[in-house]
Design a binder for this molecule. Sequence first.
Ligand code: HEC
Length: 109
Amino acid sequence: MKKLVVAVSVLSLLGATSAMAKTTEEIWKTCTACHGAKGEGKKALGPALKGNEFIVKGSDADISATIKDGRSGAAKKYKEFPSPMPPQKALTPDEIHELVEYLKGNLQK
Ligand code: HEC
């Protein structure tokens, strides 16, 4: 009986970690509210990321920093999108790295 309890709690621990590591697609879903499902942008909410020069030609470091720290106040670039880009503090460096690859890669196709 004790063994069974241990096995069950180990399994639930494994379940917890795999639920915590988010896939790039899952993370991207949180961006689409403002940037559109295909990165086409949304009126007044967020600029298009598809075909966006900052994404296509910008450095990985600049894009990563924008995602991690967001942009508000004087740092903002777009007047037509009044809201700030919210900082994504919950993402790990690895998650941000993969997100940048996605933005530069699959999203531009
Ligand atoms: C609440 C709306 C919102 C959400 C959610 C959001 N963004 Fe943004 N994002 C913005 C706005 C508004 C800007 C424009 C900021 C500015 O004026 O510079 C922006 C700008 C950006 C830029 C810079 C674009 C450029 O042309 O300089 C990148 C990259 C970006 N967002 C990526 C993301 C990613 C990746 C996510 C998801 C993890 C995300 N955003 C989630 C609103 C949002």
